[in-house]
Structures are given as C-alpha cells and as structure tokens.
Ligand binder design. Structure first.
Ligand SMILES: CC(C)(COP(=O)(O)OP(=O)(O)OC[C@H]1O[C@@H](n2cnc3c(N)ncnc32)[C@H](O)[C@@H]1OP(=O)(O)O)[C@@H](O)C(=O)NCCC(=O)NCCS
Length: 153
C-alpha cells in the first residue's frame, strides 16, 4: 500500500486477526486476558485488518467488518472496530493513515458507509477523519461513554 514520503519509516499491511491482539491488548484491553481481544467475526471472510508498522514493529491496528447498522438506510456498510495506536506513538496522526487506507479498501469492496462506536476521547480524532456523530451518547459497561459515528465514502 502507498505511504507518503514523510511516513518513510511506516509500512501498512493487511494482517491476521491474531496479529491485532499485540496492539489491542495493551491499548484497548490493558490488564485483561488475551482471549478478551477477540471480536465476533474477526475471522469472517468479509472482515479485514490493517497493521501499521514503524520499521519492523507493529504500532497500530484497525479492523473493518461488513456489518449493517439499522440506523442507516445504506445497504453496504462496514463497521470500523478496534482502532488502536500503541501509547508511545499516539498523538502523531498515525491513526489517520489507518483510517485513510481503510476507506480505500472499503470502497474497493463497494462499501458506501462506514460507522463505528467511538469512545468519548476519540470523537475529535474521528471528526477530523470525516465522521459525524449520529444520535445520543450511550454507555458500554466497563468501557464508558460512546458515540455512534458514520461517514459515507
Ligand atoms: C484514538 C487514536 C486511535 C488516535 O490515533 P492517533 O494517531 O493518536 O491520533 P492523533 O495523533 O490525531 O491524536 C488524536 C488526539 O489525541 C491526542 N492524543 C492522544 N494520545 C496522545 C498522547 N499519548 N500524547 C499526545 N496526544 C495524544 C492528540 O493530541 C489528538 O488530540 P486533538 O484531536 O485534540 O488534536 C489513538 O490515540 C489511540 O489508540 N488511543 C487509545 C485507544 C482508543 O481510544 N481507540 C479508539 C477506540 S474508539
């Protein structure tokens, strides 16, 4: 996949679900058992995972699942899940690279809408990446307040 010059240490690859656990665990499930990193449909044929490497190290992951949300009339929807950048690499806009690459791959698969459940702290990040809040905030037990967000592509 294409990486711009200013990101010359970075490589983006499609990876297996299990590879994502290396970043999901410390960032999204700290202190929990590795089994808690698995999402339903992680290995579904329509699911894809992206990994961002800094030199040889996996530092960021994101997952896209072909899942329709009744809130939206569009037929070919993808859900963005498990967006995570290792703490030492957060705040450097590396997340944008994963979102942009995901958008292109969803388009290639004829997807027309991407939606997600955003943690409150990530809402601004997603807004900057073209997502809009839909509806009211809601609580996910033991994770906190979330907002459903979407964009058409
Ligand atoms: C949310 C996340 C994917 C964004 O990726 P990123 O590459 O860090 O994105 P950005 O560099 O654009 O930073 C996003 C915001 O977080 C702030 N930030 C996050 N972590 C930071 C850190 N360790 N140091 C400095 N700033 C940080 C940035 O200042 C920025 O704020 P702004 O939007 O007001 O400018 C990443 O920070 C992350 O993995 N966070 C923890 C897991 C998480 O919340 N995932 C989302 C689940 S819905």
């Amino acid at each position: 996949m294409q990486i711009t010059k200013e990101h010359r240490h970075l490589t983006l690859k499609q990876i297996d679900a299990q590879e994502t656990y290396k970043v999901r665990l410390p960032v999204l499930r700290p202190g929990r058992p590795i089994e808690d990193c698995e999402f339903n449909n992680d290995s579904h044929i329509d699911t894809f995972h992206l990994g961002l490497y800094f030199n040889a190290d996996l530092i960021g992951v994101v997952t896209f699942m072909k899942t329709n949300n009744e809130a939206f009339p569009e037929s070919k929807q993808y859900q963005l899940r498990g967006m995570a950048i290792l703490q030492d690499y957060q705040g450097l806009k590396y997340g944008d690279i994963l979102v942009e690459a995901g958008d292109s791959l969803v388009k290639e698969r004829q997807g027309i809408l991407i939606w997600l459940n955003a943690r409150e702290i990530a809402v601004k990040f997603y807004e900057r990446n073209g997502f809009t809040i839909s509806g009211n905030p809601f609580n996910i037990p033991s994770v906190g307040t979330h907002y459903m967000m979407y964009k058409t592509i």
